[in-house]
Design a protein around this ligand. Structure first.
Ligand SMILES: Cc1cc2nc3c(=O)[nH]c(=O)nc-3n(C[C@H](O)[C@H](O)[C@H](O)COP(=O)(O)OP(=O)(O)OC[C@H]3O[C@@H](n4cnc5c(N)ncnc54)[C@H](O)[C@@H]3O)c2cc1C
Length: 388
């Protein structure tokens, strides 16, 4: 159980916060209004700024070219990134976690040698393609197929809601190599756009507007058989392992958003005067801020608990689901209260809290909806799966 950051983690947090307050927060609102989504050159320019802080390959082992940070430190970076600018935090999080942990665990030495350095150095942007237009929560029913022809697979199908899809050079794609086997027929592939072209279409959305979210289509897309990850039929478990980690980071991103909303509300409540006094002196405003702080701190502890278990290499499906489900719903409530503290100015683009609210509302779906997180917790507690 983690109750306090160690000295190195505190320094990491301070350095990240100082940098993000100086370089990213001042441009976040302007970029959010301007870019739907952010063009690739702008995303790359910002990712290169984040790179020295440890955002890319954070927990990847040094022998695979990564930064070798522990998961709690990664959580610190996830919170600070989201507090600054969630759209950029999401682009960075997918670059970090979409492919590299999978190749580090399940890739061949050749796959690692070819792709990890390019993703680490940002020469390649990565994305994770699981969801399809007709297959969301029930991911084991994938319709995208990959049929073997000699030393290639032919990939056909459409993925949707893919973060970084339109700017990606390389995708990890989950497809059925044997539809008769259901989840046991799902295989994972590295799809390198330069060798195996695919098309994309951007999906405009309520929040995280400057983070690309795309439909990705594969039409008779030829993939070398050497790009199969692990063995045929093993990828459903590979996807679940990756999602366990990504869920905790989505939860921590929600904590970062909620913290941003608290910071903005405290500042505003001290400055804004009504009835000749700062609104922060009114008890009902203080109650709102107190409620925001209590629930954000509770979510932070839940997320750090899950990161701590990840650091120990322990499976933590229950804790990851709690982190994602609780924290993202918490952030919807906290950012909504932040708007209330700001009065009408809260819904204007003059203040960042409307962005925080839209971004928080968007976070309850990626990596499994709130309902799916609850069903995972229920399954872990009861030993009975609602999905069976
Ligand atoms: C911003 C954003 C980024 C994303 N990024 C990616 C990405 O990079 N890669 C990727 O593969 N996907 C991505 N997704 C997709 C995301 O994983 C899906 O949206 C999610 O899994 C839910 O699927 P769905 O939206 O199709 O909803 P559905 O599965 O159709 O669900 C609709 C509703 O029914 C509920 N529901 C479904 N099944 C059950 C059940 N058994 N019991 C109770 N309620 C149920 C859901 O909770 C939801 O409320 C992203 C989504 C968003 C919004």
């Amino acid at each position: 159980m983690i109750l306090e950051l160690n000295e190195a983690q505190k320094i990491l947090k301070k350095n990240a916060r100082d940098f993000l307050e100086r370089e990213i927060i001042p441009i976040a609102d302007e970029y959010d209004r301007k870019y739907h989504p952010m063009p690739k050159d702008v995303a790359l320019q910002l990712l290169h700024k984040l790179h020295p802080l440890g955002y890319i390959g954070a927990t990847l082992p040094p022998e695979h070219g990564g930064q070798g940070l522990d998961f709690v430190s990664f959580g610190v970076l996830a919170e600070e990134g989201a507090r600054a600018y969630l759209s950029l935090g999401m682009i960075a999080m997918i670059q970090d976690s979409a492919i590299m942990p999978i190749l580090s665990r399940d890739g061949t030495p050749e796959q690692r040698a070819k792709y990890l350095p390019k993703i680490m150095s940002l020469e390649n942007i990565a994305c994770f393609c699981l969801t399809e237009p007709d297959v969301g929560s029930g991911a084991r029913d994938l319709k995208t197929t990959a049929i073997r022809h000699g030393d290639h697979y032919i990939l056909n199908g459409t993925k949707t809601w893919i973060t970084n899809g339109s700017i990606a050079d390389v995708a990890v794609v989950f497809a059925s190599t044997d539809p008769s086997k259901g989840a046991r027929g799902i295989s994972g592939f590295i799809v390198d756009k330069a060798e195996s072209p695919f098309t994309t279409r951007e999906l405009p959305k309520l929040g995280c507007r400057s983070c690309p979210t795309s439909e990705v289509t594969f039409e008779d897309c030829r993939i070398p058989a050497t790009n199969l990850i692990g063995r045929e039929g093993e990828a459903y478990l590979i996807a679940l392992a990756d999602l366990m980690q990504i869920r905790v980071s989505a939860g921590m991103a929600a904590v970062g958003l909620a913290q941003a909303a608290i910071d903005a509300s405290v500042k505003y409540a001290k400055e804004r005067k009504q009835f000749g006094r700062p609104i922060g002196s009114f008890q009902l405003i203080q109650e709102m801020i107190a409620d925001m702080v209590i629930i954000t701190e509770a979510a932070r502890f839940i997320c750090f608990q899950a990161y701590y278990l990840l650091s120990k290499g322990q499976p933590c499906f229950r804790e990851a689901a709690m982190a994602k489900g609780f924290s993202t719903e918490m952030a919807v409530g906290v950012t909504s209260k932040a708007i209330q503290v700001h009065g009408a100015y809260g819904i204007s683009e003059e203040y960042p809290v409307e962005r925080y609210f839209r971004d928080a509302r968007t976070l309850t779906f990626p990596d499994g909806s709130t309902e799916i997180q609850k069903l995972i917790i229920g399954r872990e507690m009861l030993g009975i799966s609602a999905f069976a």
